[in-house]
Design a protein around this ligand. Sequence first.
Ligand SMILES: [Zn+2]
Length: 242
Amino acid sequence: MKYANGDGKGQPSSPDPSEEKASPAQTGPIARPSAQDTQNFRMVRSVRRHAASGLNRHQPRKVGCFHCDGEVEVSYAAKLASCPKCGEEINLNDYELNKPLHEDIFTRGNVTINKLGALTGESLVCHNLKAYGEVTALVHATGDVMIRSNARLPGGLRCQKLLIGRDARVIVEGDVFASEMDVDGEITADAFHCQGKTRIDEHGAINGPLQTRAVAMENGGALNGALQIVSAAAPSDPAKEA
Ligand SMILES: [Zn+2]
């Protein structure tokens, strides 16, 4: 399958940016999805990018470089940016997976893994993530993460708001860093670091030591690990280290 030829960058029908230029990223520690892999993705219009958080949906936003600490402001509809500091391209595409994929994803756009989709890779780096299908990868999100499936996250999980759905079973081999957590499924990690409030719902279980600013637990909810309430900001800013 081939995408229709667009007029170039920025067009909704344009192919993945990696098809247009030789990718300098290939030589670095981080490789963007290759042309071959993008055949497995269905591109979605960036108008969907706001879906998970609903915040500032049409406002320009700042995105970070994958290679250095450079940042650039982009419009909500942009598909590609380049780092003002090192010049590397910053992928802004949204991805929606409808079948299993073995690949890493690096984008400052949003990723949706549908029920028939699944992602197995080393790294999933994105803005917002919605997972209805299985995920096996380290997850670094600069936005919110919602998991409603089985997931195994070797290397850890970083995000803003974390939502674990009722039927989710999530095993994090590493630490969880989030600004807020709402858990109605089961999640296990080496440790949880929550900068804000943690909510454990009726079907929720947190397995592992929890450091949070506040915790609310409903009847039926479980916390299997030491609880530490911290008043100051948590040890790490997930947005900066994704
Ligand atoms: Zn850079």
